[in-house]
Design a protein around this ligand. Structure first.
Ligand SMILES: [Ca+2]
Ligand SMILES: [Ca+2]
Length: 157
């Protein structure tokens, strides 16, 4: 009994794949994909790396928490169920880490207090309220606070 050629059998099964992009720009990211709670042999802790934004991970069937990380981005963990028969497609958009620049009152977050401090310093030459560093405090500095709005703790890793 002769089997016809089945090219796909020559390839390693793809369990999990997708694209990793920058959530802001949409650019592809070189990310590290790490299933959590799984022990790999030394030197092989990362089963997959995204190159040009595309990643493939090969995992035994099961459910995993998988961490996607990249330098300069907040890591994300996604629960993924892998089966032997159905490849899983998972696209990831990583959010860039934001600097806590502009936390003028030192509460480790950007809240309404910080732009108010900027407004009170409008016209000032330089100083910490010159968020965008152009030498003068104006409304542009208040706008420069917006990308970092919220807690700064997530970007400390
Ligand atoms: Ca603050
Ligand atoms: Ca300024």
């Amino acid at each position: 009994m002769a089997w016809p050629g089945i090219p796909w059998m020559l390839e390693r099964p793809i369990s999990l794949s997708g694209n990793v992009t920058d959530a802001v720009s949409g650019d592809p990211l070189a990310a590290t994909i790490t299933p959590l709670g799984i022990t790999f042999p030394a030197g092989d802790t990362n089963p997959s790396n995204a190159r040009f934004g595309r990643y493939h991970a090969f995992l035994p069937a099961g459910s995993y928490d998988i961490e996607f990380s990249a330098e300069g981005y907040l890591p994300q963990t996604h629960m993924v169920s892998i089966s032997d028969t159905t490849p899983v497609l998972l696209d990831i958009a990583l959010v860039p880490e934001v600097q806590c620049r502009g936390d003028l009152n030192g509460d480790i977050s950007i809240t309404i207090v910080d732009p108010i401090t900027v407004i009170n310093a409008i016209g000032q030459i330089g100083g910490p309220e010159d968020i965008n560093g152009d030498g003068v405090v104006d409304l542009l500095d208040m706008l420069a606070l917006l990308p970092g709005w919220g807690s700064c703790l997530e970007q400390s890793e």
